[in-house]
Design a protein around this ligand. Structure first.
Ligand SMILES: [Zn+2]
Ligand SMILES: [Zn+2]
Length: 112
């Protein structure tokens, strides 16, 4: 769900490049993505915390290998070729306890 915006903002992922491309993670919350990071999203899952703005980038192959749930694994394999940039409400840094119930950090390939 990429959209071209007329306004230009700093890339939410690397915070270095300016870009007009953004993903709307939820209504009113835009994640700006520059060309470099869009390219990186082909090979990595990118999660961005909508609470603190922390960015988690994990290689897709690594994440898929570490997923133990069959259903989840299948879902991730299906989207292996897609560019995944996801906004999450809370990351492990903001809310470790909440994060666990929402999605296991090891499923996301996160180190604690
Ligand atoms: Zn970028
Ligand atoms: Zn956070």
């Amino acid at each position: 769900m990429l959209d071209i915006n007329k306004t230009i903002d700093t890339c939410s992922i690397c915070r270095e490049e300016f870009t007009s491309i953004y993903v709307e993670a939820k209504p009113g919350y835009k994640i700006y993505v520059c060309d470099n990071c869009l390219e990186a999203a082909k090979f990595n899952f990118i999660w961005i915390c909508m609470n603190c703005g922390k960015v988690y980038i994990r290689p897709k192959s690594l994440v898929i290998k570490r997923i133990s749930s069959y259903e989840l694994k299948r879902a991730y394999v299906l989207c292996e070729d897609l560019q995944i940039i996801q906004g999450i409400d809370m990351c492990i840094a903001c809310d470790p306890a909440g994060m666990l119930s929402y999605m296991k950090p090891e499923d996301m390939g996160m180190e604690c």
